[in-house]
Design a protein around this ligand. Structure first.
Ligand code: F3S
Length: 97
């Protein structure tokens, strides 16, 4: 499955959700997650993410490996997201981007 990792945190551009053919994205408060049971590894989302947050599970960089389990866990408790939303990036006091 594909996995959403660190760069999505506090960004949530949501460009990824509209290209997903299986509606695999789940809406966490600070980032999105991919439900590994729904992901068919089409790889459409990876190219859409401006922060390059999405990796195929075997290609997830070492420091971010724990996101593989986190995507699975959080997908079970977060609602689906299929439409683009206003991103978090650039909002709030810490928004440097
Ligand atoms: Fe996050 Fe990138 Fe999607 S920042 S919401 S994985 S387009």
């Amino acid at each position: 499955a594909h996995v959403v990792t660190e760069p999505c945190f506090d960004c949530k551009y949501t460009n990824c959700v509209v290209v997903c053919p299986t509606d695999a994205f789940r809406d966490g408060e600070r980032m999105l997650f991919i439900d590994p049971e729904s992901c068919i590894d089409c790889d459409h989302c990876g190219a859409e993410c401006p922060t390059h947050a999405i990796f195929w599970e075997d290609d997830v960089p070492e420091p971010w490996r724990y996101y593989i389990a986190l995507n699975r866990e959080m997908s079970a408790i977060c609602p689906p997201i299929v439409d683009r939303k206003e991103p978090l990036a650039g909002k709030g006091e810490t928004g440097e981007a």
